[in-house]
Each structure stands twice: as structure tokens, then as C-alpha cells.
Design a protein around this ligand. Structure first.
Ligand code: ACO
Length: 325
């Protein structure tokens, strides 16, 4: 089996900042409530850029940091819950934009675990020798599927994109991976697509806007449970103590989820890298935005271990222990 290295990261967020006070003019909420329940202070909201636009910018940043030619990319996997279209896939639009003519492209749907599932899939293609170089992107324009009148959900989310370049390597950069799903609890976080509506179905034509609805408490419990389980299992499988992990980078959903998991694990919540105060929950993009920040700020050095963990709609979850090379 080939070894897999992470050789570049990139991210992009829209320039428009919407803070909690601005939201309190549209729904009955307050800066104090949002910060105390979630840790979020502000989020970036698209003023027109779609998922492929942000994904393209994150991809270009990642390719630059990986110092590869675009023509080296043989695979593009894009994780999103907010594609530009049903057809074509957003990954194919990014391929066109960056001119990655040698790439096979497809999208995956795994909500906030999307980047983890994407890296897992790309790593398998590289390990087995099918492809040498892969670009994995997590990108979301969540603002287009939010009900901006629902205070239970609209305060949580933001827009953005992130990307990671993986390559067949001399050294092993991915120490262990775990993923799982629980479709039986899928309704805890849902955004419906179009219903069956053809000349046989008898449904009336309707074009309601699809928006996110969520059982916040159910998601909270699930998130804490899988976060704790993945940290323990991935540390065991990689033969490392929790102290040896430089950073745990969880999906950036809610600071209280992270605090609760840290308490159950008996570790300081400082070990969890967070930037959700600035970006809110950007679903498939969130882990990659934080990972890019950690690399770009030189917060890690060769030999450090980073654990990235996703959890979200589906329900889905997964984590990857990375060794910095
Ligand atoms: N501002 C003010 N009050 C609010 C707001 C708001 N934005 N939203 C809800 N409330 C009110 C509710 O209406 C309720 O009022 P009531 O008691 O009069 O009915 C009260 O606040 C308490 O509501 P709860 O839902 O019990 O609040 P809770 O403490 O559970 O916090 C939250 C809600 C923040 C959504 C929490 O459940 C949570 O974080 N869940 C995790 C969900 C999550 O992170 N989802 C992201 C997507 S999934 C993912 O990324 C994994």
C-alpha cells in the first residue's frame, strides 16, 4: 500500500462579516444569548458568491501551498450540502475553473463530516495506486438554505470553503481513520430536496424554499458522544496518549459541545483548536478552515500529531489522526 501525505491546505471565506448584533435586528435574539449558548460572535455571509466560487478560491490557495502543478491533480472530491446545482457537480465546476484537466471529479454528501469522508476516500485511491495526487474540498453556502427568520438555526451558520491536497508520499502522514453513520437519526438535522412531483405523482406543483431544521438538543448529545469516542479510539489506534496530540480540530459547531467533550475526556479545552467565534458553523468547510489556519500560523511543526474530527447531518461522524511532515 502507498503512503499518503498532506502537502497543502487552503481556505477562503467571503469578506462580508455579519455579527450577532446585526442578526438581533432581524430575529429576537441577542449577542449575549448567542455567545453564551454557542461561542459564536460573527460569521461570513456570501453576497453572491456560490459554493463553486468559494471552493475554487480555497482550491487555488491549497494548490499554491502544495507547490504542485494543477495538471498533477488526478482526483477532485468536493464535500458539500449546498451545491450550485443538482447537475453538474460542484467539483466539475471547480475543475473547469482551475483547469485541472487530468482530474476525475465527484461530489459527496456527508454534511459536517464531509471533509473527513472526502480525505478518507481520496487516501484510499492513493493507497491502492489508482491516483497519485488528490484535491479534497469542503465548501458551503449555507446562507442559501437557512431560514433567516428562524432564530433557532440562523444564528449558527456561516459560508466558506477549505481544501486539502493529498499525495502519494515517502512518509506516512495519515496515521488512522475512523468513520461511521447513523441514518436512523437522520431527521435530527434536515434540509429537504425537491419532492417527487411528476405527472404520475398527483402532487401539486410547489416550489417551497428548502431550509434547514434541527433538533438542537439531539444533535448536541450526539456530537458530544461521538467526539469523545473518536478522540479515544483514534488515540488508541495511533498508539498515542492524549497529551501527545498537539491539537484536536473538531468540526466548529458550538463551543459548548467542545467544552463538554473536553470535560468528559479529562483534558483542557485549550487542546481543541477553535475559530467558530469568527466563522460560525461552516459545515463541510469548517475543519479545513481551522486546519489551514493552524498550518498558516505555523502552530505545528514536523512530527506533531493533529486529530481532525467531524460530526453532523446524516447522522455522520469521522476522524483522522494526522502526523505533520
Ligand atoms: N436567541 C434567543 N433565544 C433563543 C434562540 C436565539 N437565537 N434560539 C432559541 N432560543 C430560545 C428558545 O426558543 C427557547 O425558548 P423557550 O424556553 O421559551 O422555548 C430557549 O431559547 C432555549 O432553547 P433551547 O433549544 O433549549 O436552547 P439550547 O440551550 O439547547 O441551545 C442550541 C440551542 C444552541 C441550538 C443547542 O441546542 C445546540 O448547540 N445544539 C447543537 C446544534 C448544532 O450545533 N447544530 C449545528 C448543525 S449540526 C452540526 O454541525 C453537528
Amino acid at each position: 500500500m502507498n503512503k499518503v501525505e498532506i502537502i497543502g491546505t487552503g481556505s477562503y471565506v467571503p469578506s462580508k462579516i455579519v455579527d450577532n448584533n446585526e442578526l438581533s435586528h432581524t430575529v429576537d435574539t441577542s449577542d449575549e444569548w448567542i455567545i453564551s449558548r454557542t461561542g459564536i460572535k460573527q460569521r461570513r455571509i456570501s453576497e453572491g458568491e456560490d459554493t463553486s466560487d468559494m471552493a475554487t478560491k480555497a482550491a487555488i490557495n491549497a494548490i499554491k501551498s502544495a507547490k504542485i502543478e494543477v495538471s498533477d491533480i488526478e482526483l477532485i472530491i468536493l464535500a458539500t450540502a449546498t451545491p450550485d446545482n443538482f447537475i453538474p457537480s460542484t467539483s466539475c465546476i471547480v475543475q473547469k475553473n482551475i483547469k485541472a484537466v487530468n482530474a476525475t471529479c465527484f461530489d459527496i454528501s456527508a454534511a459536517c463530516s464531509g471533509l473527513i469522508y472526502g480525505i478518507d476516500a481520496a487516501a484510499q485511491f492513493i493507497r491502492t495506486g489508482r491516483f497519485n495526487t488528490a484535491l479534497v474540498i469542503g465548501a458551503e453556502t449555507l446562507s442559501k438554505i437557512i431560514d433567516w427568520k428562524d432564530r433557532n438555526t440562523c444564528i449558527l451558520f456561516g459560508d466558506g470553503a477549505s481544501a486539502v491536497v493529498l499525495r502519494k508520499g515517502e512518509e506516512e502522514g495519515i496515521l488512522s481513520i475512523k468513520t461511521g453513520s447513523d441514518g436512523s437519526k437522520g431527521r435530527a438535522l434536515i434540509c429537504p430536496a425537491v419532492p417527487v412531483n411528476n405527472f404520475l405523482s398527483g402532487n401539486e406543483m410547489y416550489l417551497n424554499k428548502s431550509t434547514v431544521s434541527m433538533d438542537g438538543k439531539e444533535i448536541f448529545k450526539f456530537a458530544v458522544k461521538v467526539l469523545v469516542k473518536l478522540v479515544q479510539e483514534l488515540a488508541d489506534e495511533s498508539n498515542c496518549d492524549l497529551e501527545e496530540i498537539k491539537y484536536i480540530i473538531p468540526h466548529q459547531a458550538n463551543y459548548r459541545i467542545i467544552e463538554c467533550a473536553a470535560k468528559k475526556l479529562g483534558i483542557n479545552s485549550n487542546k481543541f483548536y477553535t475559530n467558530l467565534d469568527l466563522y460560525g458553523n461552516t459545515s463541510a468547510a469548517s475543519i479545513g478552515i481551522a486546519l489551514d489556519e493552524v498550518y498558516k500560523k505555523s502552530l505545528v511543526k514536523r512530527g506533531d500529531k493533529i486529530l481532525i474530527i467531524g460530526f453532523g447531518g446524516g447522522l455522520t461522524y469521522g476522524g483522522i489522526m494526522i502526523e505533520v511532515l
